[in-house]
Ligand binder design. Structure first.
Ligand SMILES: [Zn+2]
Length: 350
């Protein structure tokens, strides 16, 4: 199984070298791009991987990056062109964040530092790599704040990959929402401070004064704290429940509000990704459930007696003629759990 680890480099002393290397990577990229472009224009053929290899041969010493990296960059460029089916942009140090790919065999990882290309890069090692890992590929990458990271894609053994499973047969339904990010069928509401709102004033101020660095810093903070929250919550859920039924946000009540579908998808995309792989590591799974009618259906008598339409969005609690009193979100999550179980028993999801 492959896992990617990301460590921040102590880049203070190495930033210039990294920048130079990233510039050379861009050079290889642009060179390959140009070759592929011309060849296509002249003959309607894509340059082969081998041709690129021959054409870039011998540039390793001059560019101070090893030949595997050069090949990796040239090949990646070719793949991108083929995928885009049209010409792609040239990379520049101004427009693109630094990126230096490498082959796993060309680096040596030690605790606290990594040797690559004859350089030693020290890093903050916030976690240990599992025993018997093997670095397959990796890269150095820069973020918008100019910080450098090393990303290592490692092959690890199954026993290190699998984690303790959640108790057998445990299931939960999750109703995604705007204010309460997630509500579970067992009545737990996961709320998060509105991070964007929290930093809105600061951000506006920084932007008004054209403070670029500050703006980037605040944006990175927002992104980090959201990611951190998503990691923690998905960890808790994946550890407790074997099967997680997640309401498909864009098909349900939220799609009726003014916010675009894309916004919903973006908001839950990360949390779903985290939940999905964290469950897999514990032998569980995440299933998306179409949540249509989940808010208006009473989870006790299954009649559509709940508040509906845009006017119903403000109503948090309601009671059904059958006598059941519902919290809107918990009721929806309960319905998602029920729908999920039905779907599973019908074998609609493999
Ligand atoms: Zn009812």
């Amino acid at each position: 199984m492959l896992l990617t680890y990301k460590f921040r480099l102590k880049d203070g002393t190495r930033r210039e070298e990294l920048k130079t290397l990233a510039g050379n990577v861009n050079f290889v990229w642009n060179f390959s791009n140009e070759i592929i472009r011309r060849r296509w224009k002249d003959s309607r053929f894509y340059t082969s991987k081998n041709d690129l290899h021959v054409l870039t041969k011998g540039s390793s010493k001059l560019l101070e990056i090893n030949s595997q990296t050069i090949q990796a960059v040239a090949y990646e460029c070719l793949l991108r062109v083929q995928k885009a089916k049209k010409s792609i942009r040239f990379r520049t140090g101004k427009k693109n964040l630094g990126w230096i790919p490498f082959n796993g065999q060309t680096v040596k990882f030690h605790s606290g530092y990594i040797d690559c290309n004859g350089y030693r890069f020290r890093l903050w090692q916030h976690r240990q790599l599992p025993e018997g890992y093997q670095i397959k590929t990796g890269s150095f990458s820069e973020d918008s704040r100019g910080r450098w990271y090393v990303n290592l894609t490692c092959e690890i053994s199954d026993e290190n990959w699998f984690q303790e499973p959640a108790s057998f047969g445990s299931e939960i339904g999750i109703d995604p929402g705007m204010k309460t990010v997630m509500t579970t069928s067992d009545g737990h509401a996961y709320e998060r401070n509105n991070i964007t709102k929290q930093y809105a004033e600061k951000l506006a101020k920084a932007q008004r004064h054209r403070k670029k660095r500050q703006t980037k810093k605040i944006n990175a903070k927002i992104k980090n704290s959201r990611q951190d929250w998503n990691h923690k919550r998905s960890f808790e859920l994946a550890r407790q429940y074997q099967t997680i039924f997640f309401g498909n946000a864009s098909s349900g009540k939220l799609a009726k509000t003014r916010m675009a579908k894309g916004v919903h998808d973006a908001a839950w995309h990360q949390i779903k990704t985290f939940l999905s792989y964290k469950s897999l590591r514990r032998g569980g799974r995440l299933l998306e459930i179409n949540e249509r009618n989940s808010t208006v259906t009473c989870s006790v008598c299954l009649q559509k007696t709940g508040p509906c339409g845009l006017s119903g969005l403000g109503i948090r609690e309601w009671s059904c003629p059958c006598g059941a009193v519902h919290d809107r979100d918990v009721n929806a999550a309960t319905n998602i759990l029920r729908l999920g179980r039905e779907t599973l028993s019908l074998g609609r999801i493999a």
